[in-house]
Write a protein that binds this ligand. Sequence first.
Ligand code: C5P
Length: 242
Amino acid sequence: MRKQGKDYIVFPLDFASVKEAKKYVKLLDSKVGMFKIGLELFIDQGPLVIQMVKKETRAKIFLDLKLHDISATVQRAMEKVANLGVDFVTVHCASRIMLEKAVKGGNKKTGVLGVTLLTDNDAHMVEAAGFKDVFVKDPGLLVMHRATMAYEAGCKGVICSGKEVQQIKKRFGSSFLAVTPGIRPSWTLLENDDQKRVTTPVQAVSLGSDLIVIGRPIRDAIDPVAAAQKVIEEIEAALGAP
Ligand code: C5P
């Protein structure tokens, strides 16, 4: 079946309570392809929140745990995650062996998405973390280096900014997923936005993003359903969908 506009949208359940998360899952069920469960809700509620999402919707689930530990521990954690029945989990692209073990632990049930470089990490932070000069001069090279590790380890894809999508798709092919956060529709103006390197939904999918993480522009809209619908229509218009 042809991918629809809504299938590109990942809505993060960045809420303090399951009750509120549930409200948005019900509201956006037919407007997004995937719900992302982050640390805040998962630490507070654990697997219960996954059960809630599974009960309310058939949309996919992305558990954003951003794992990073010794590889044996990551593998065991991933074995537990695979039993929860989520589609994707994030793991930091810190070492190839850790990513390989994460993939193994996912047991073909849960795909691993590698976190290349957090977008709040600029060249100064890359330098402070002790990376080679070549990566300090161009953090984009570090993103590609880490994406290569993820690809070779068997990950399903990576999280990357809109800036790197094209290169990632070109180098690793269409089936290696590029998941892009920091999405801001042109009609959203958020005061003091903490997302600096933003991309519009149309820009991101036109560059090749397979999934766009879009939170506050939908969540904080006066009418979240209408905002999600507007994003869908923009994507479908840009991709020439019927
Ligand atoms: O669209 P909005 O900025 O509200 O999206 C916030 C969500 O995107 C959060 O769940 C955050 O964890 C995620 N995010 C991310 N990587 C970034 C920026 C945001 O995963 N670079």
